[in-house]
Every structure is written in C-alpha cells, then in structure tokens.
Design a protein around this ligand. Structure first.
Ligand SMILES: [Zn+2]
Ligand SMILES: [Zn+2]
Ligand SMILES: [Zn+2]
Length: 345
C-alpha cells in the first residue's frame, strides 16, 4: 500500500521484540496539557555550590581535585555496592530475588560548569570518549562485573540533579533487562541469517529518510521503531562489540557525532534539550562474541516545543507505547536545523 505511513500502524523494534503504535493522524489535535517552564538559564563557568566543580567538597567529606580535563570518582550515593552478603531466594518461582553487586561512578566531562557536550569542542569530547573507554576497560576487568552501562541524564525534566556536564557509569554483576533483550535479539538474528542485525539495519537506512547525521565512523538515525518523538540511535559503522574496540579514528568520529546530535537537539527548540543517552555494548564473557554491535540510544522527552513533554501514561503504561509525529518527520526536522549551536552563532 502506498502512503501506509500516513495511517495508524504499529512498528516492530527488532532489538527488543516490542511494538510501538504510530498515529500520524493525531498531530493536528489541540494541546491543552501541561506547559513546563523553559530552563535555559545561563550558567557560570564555576559554581561554588556545585559538588562536581573542581576543588569543591562533596558528600562524606570528599573534596574534588582542581581537575582540568575529565574527572571520575565513586558515586557518593551508589545504587550498587561491591560487597554485599550473597543470597538467593526462590519460592515456587513467584518470590525470586538475588544479591546484586556492582560499582557506580560519576564522570565529569569538563571542569566548566556551564558547558554541555553540544558546546564542547570535538577535541574536548574526544577526551570524554577516551575516558569512557578507559573506564569501561577498567570496570570490565573486575572479576564479578558482567555489564558496564555508561549513561548521561541531562536536564531537570529527566531528573538530572545537577547541570554540570557529567555522566554515570554503573557496572553490575547481572546483565540488565534492556541489554538481555537486545542481546537475545542480536544472537537470534545472527543464528537465523548469519549476519549482524545492526549492520543490516544500517544498510537499509542508506535511503536517508530517517538519517539525521553521518560521518565515516558513525550514523545517527531516528530508528524506524522510535518511541520518543525525537529519539535517535547512534550506530558504529564498523562491526565492533564494545566501545574500547574503537580505533583512534572511530573515537574521533564518535566525538563528532556526539557533538552533532546534541547540537541539533538544542537547536530544535533553541533550548538545552533534555535527554537520557547511553551506550549498549556486549556484556563481559558473552559466548557468541559476533552478535553484539556497539550503539548508543538518545531518549529525549520533548514533544512539540521546549515546554511540552511526552509522558508515558495511560495506554502506554498499560498496553504499548504510542507516538504521533512519524520517525521520518522527526528525522527531517533534526536534519534541517543548523549544525552550529544557537548559542555559538
Ligand atoms: Zn559544577
Ligand atoms: Zn554489526
Ligand atoms: Zn540498544
């Protein structure tokens, strides 16, 4: 059928096996919901109250060094602990729990309180990428660690407690839900087709309808199955399983791609665009080392302006996620905004 994408339909996410409902006919409906305050308040380069700024003190009597590049430290309020009493319960398969060990760290991207990835230079972002690789390598070498999640929560809308540019790194003993689902799907695809799911998907995206940005090493698309209005998937063009397998050139390409995606997000509504971003990579000691393909997801909640956000409620919480604007229309908008940040023009 021609123009099928103009009618209500559902799309499959092959990485998770889950579906999203697409309702393009709804984009015309009036908006009477919440309007959030915009948050584009200028920050200062140094904030004496910030627990991430160089030289400042943190919880528990720790003091940050006067760092000049990136800086990592153990999370002062970790969700996971390296040492916990071992236990496992299973009552009739209904009451099931296990001890879980892990390590949580914070990584500051820059000593500057007022910068974001979008406004850092590609060289500065390259230092962040190198720190991600070093942290990944170090944490995966800890004997009980099986998965390392590197993620950034940006903006008060996403629950980020501090605007200082930073990310978190949670390394865990068990493989988390999303990684387990995506690992299963990639292994099954490899078994069925003797090929890589994301390598094949990138080939299909060459037509360009959902492409936002690409360079030699990485491509950013609004995935065919995107749930969030301006969700993007950043995929390595080379078939690598983990971030520290990226060669020097590819790390530079990743840095350029990070700057481009975050700049385009900020330019969309000329506001610091909130998002959760994180990498998905092969867990430690995966049996089939061929199946996993390194990528990052950007999940931004903004819908049609700087002040209207999407909520996962109602049908979405109870049944399945749903979106109005099509992934193709979202990609078109992200492609058409300037490549230079609005604050730097
Ligand atoms: Zn700060
Ligand atoms: Zn691949
Ligand atoms: Zn993923």
């Amino acid at each position: 059928m021609s123009h099928w994408e103009e009618h209500p339909h559902r799309r499959l996410n092959p990485l998770t096996g889950e579906w999203v409902l697409v309702s393009p006919q709804r984009t015309a409906r009036p908006w009477l919901g919440q309007v959030d305050e915009t948050t584009d308040t200028p920050q200062q380069a140094y904030n004496p109250e910030c627990y991430l700024c160089p030289g400042n003190s943190r919880a528990g009597g720790h003091r940050n060094p006067v760092y000049s590049g990136t800086f990592s430290f153990p999370n002062d309020y970790p969700a996971l602990l390296a040492s916990v009493p071992d236990f496992s319960i299973d009552e009739s398969g209904l009451l099931v729990a296990q001890a879980e060990r892990g390590i949580c760290r914070v990584l500051c991207f820059s000593p500057r309180h007022d910068l974001t990835l979008a406004r850092m230079s590609v060289e500065e972002i390259r230092c962040v990428v190198d720190s991600w690789c070093a942290q990944y390598q170090e944490l995966r070498s800890v004997p009980f660690i099986r998965h390392v999640e590197i993620f950034e929560n940006r903006g008060a809308l996403m629950g980020a407690s501090n605007p200082h540019p930073h990310c978190q790194i949670w390394a865990s003993e068990a493989i988390p839900n999303e990684i387990r689902k995506e690992g299963l799907a990639q292994r099954q695809y490899r078994k069925d087709r003797n090929s890589c799911l994301l390598c094949d998907y990138l080939r299909l995206e060459r037509s360009g309808a959902r492409l936002v940005y690409e360079n030699e090493g990485f491509a950013a698309v609004v995935p065919f199955w995107a749930v969030w209005p301006f969700e993007t998937l950043l995929v390595s063009k080379g078939h690598v399983a983990t971030i520290n397998q990226l060669e020097s050139d590819s790390r530079m390409h990743l840095s350029e791609a990070m700057k481009q995606i975050t700049t385009r997000y900020d330019n969309l509504f000329e506001t610091p665009f909130p998002y959760t971003m994180g990498f998905h990579q092969q867990p430690v000691e995966e049996e089939d080392g061929q199946a996993w393909h390194l990528h990052a997801h950007f999940y931004p909640p903004l819908l049609r302006s700087a002040t209207v956000r999407k909520f996962m409620v109602g049908y979405e919480l109870l049944a399945m996620p749903q979106r109005d604007i099509t992934p193709e229309a979202a990609a078109e908008r992200l492609r058409s905004v300037p490549a230079v940040h609005y604050r730097d023009r």
